[in-house]
Design a protein around this ligand. Structure first.
Ligand SMILES: Nc1ncnc2c1ncn2[C@@H]1O[C@H](COP(=O)(O)OS(=O)(=O)O)[C@@H](OP(=O)(O)O)[C@H]1O
Ligand SMILES: [Mg+2]
Ligand SMILES: [Mg+2]
Ligand SMILES: [Mg+2]
Length: 343
């Protein structure tokens, strides 16, 4: 199976169409998980495992685990996942195998690695932006490889993202081909190609150096980012355009090919970022010539396990805009803190 024509992407697209009949669960943190999240995780890890030489150890840090599926009441969704995965394997034809329900549960738990600073670990978000997926909007299948704590490879499949620029259209595509596959290897640049198969093209972040001409991306879901803070950052910077709100790491892909100039992500206090939400997207942006840091200007550290340990938020932009962006981010955070606890 080649990643770009991997049945997994078309499976996710097909499942998106009748997901409401197939089952959606709510996880302990109240976030949704669907048969597509589980199915995608099993299929991607299956391909990776099958293609890993027997002499090499296999480790994967992935978002989903089998806990909810082992609970009473989850029989139907487990049945649906088992059917979906087995059908996809047969339709694809690359591997000849069959998963029992117990096999499905244990395959999902192949993603339970803790990652860390040594060795190699795959990092997978099988459906990033599950809420966008359920709405029929943007989502991504995000895969990265960590080597000695550093991201060295990233692939971002965005089945609902137009292959052409989304520019300032606030997330809607411009009617051209839909389905973009971004990829990046450390030291080799970043590329985009069609998910239907087309020659890959090198991409680079925009070269805007005056924030007046910049636009910024942020989460579609208001609960995922402090919009009063991102609004104040944009205003201080002099950004004129309204925010472009799209789901998932499609934001990193769009930024990497210059559809917009800045990505601002400031979760509410207490939220801990997970490595699978940023590993693939951040290497696509940095290899396209951009910069991704926390609010203090530190590089993201993927070597600490399943979580990112960072200061306040994540910002991404090009090299020209980063110094002024960092400055206003720090001013805006300071003002926010002062307003929260005045002397
Ligand atoms: N409260 C809160 N704050 C910040 N981030 C959160 C929060 N809750 C969830 N998540 C994570 O956000 C992932 C979706 O990415 P985005 O926030 O970029 O998407 S969205 O635009 O808001 O849909 C989403 O990824 P998926 O679970 O893979 O969909 C979550 O990991
Ligand atoms: Mg995610
Ligand atoms: Mg996910
Ligand atoms: Mg999730």
């Amino acid at each position: 199976m080649q990643y770009q024509d991997c049945e997994n992407v078309s499976t996710a697209t097909a499942v998106q169409k009748d997901i409401l009949h197939s089952g959606v669960q709510s996880k302990a943190d109240k976030s949704p998980v669907t048969v597509a999240d589980y199915g995608s995780q099993i299929l991607v890890s299956l391909v990776l495992k099958m293609e890993t030489p027997a002499s090499t150890s296999f480790s994967m840090v992935a978002e989903e685990d089998s806990e909810e599926l082992r609970k009473e009441g989850a029989e139907e969704i487990l049945e649906n996942i088992t059917e979906l995965v087995n059908e996809t394997i047969v339709d694809d034809g690359t591997y000849s195998m069959y998963f029992s329900k117990e096999g499905i549960l244990s395959a999902i738990d192949d993603g339970k690695s803790e990652g860390g600073p040594s060795g190699r670990h795959w990092v997978l978000d099988p459906i990033d932006g599950t809420k966008g997926f359920l709405r029929g909007d943007q989502y991504a299948i995000a895969l990265a490889l960590l080597d000695e704590g550093k991201v060295v490879l990233g692939v971002l499949a965005c089945p609902n993202l137009s292959l052409g620029s989304i520019g300032n259209l606030n997330g809607s595509s411009s009617g051209d081909q839909v389905g973009a596959l971004f990829s990046a290897t450390i030291g080799c640049g970043a590329e985009v190609e069609s998910l239907q198969g087309s020659p890959a093209q090198k991409i680079s972040v925009c070269s805007i150096d005056d924030p007046v001409n910049a636009s910024f991306f942020e989460s579609y879901e208001g609960a995922h980012s402090m919009r009063d803070l991102t609004g104040s950052i944009a205003e201080k910077l002099g950004v004129q355009a309204p925010p472009v709100r799209i789901d998932s790491q499609a934001k990193y892909g769009a930024l990497a090919r210059g559809d917009g100039a800045i990505y601002l992500r400031f979760p509410h206090k207490g939220y801990r970022e997970k490595i699978w939400d940023h590993a693939a997207g951040s290497i696509v942006v940095t290899e396209a010539g951009g910069v991704v840091t926390d609010a203090s200007g530190n590089d993201l550290d993927f070597s600490k396990g399943r979580f990112l340990d960072l200061d306040t938020g994540i910002i991404a932009t090009n090299k020209q805009l980063m110094p002024s962006l960092l400055k206003v981010v720090q001013e805006a955070i300071k003002e926010q803190n002062q307003a929260a606890s005045p002397l």
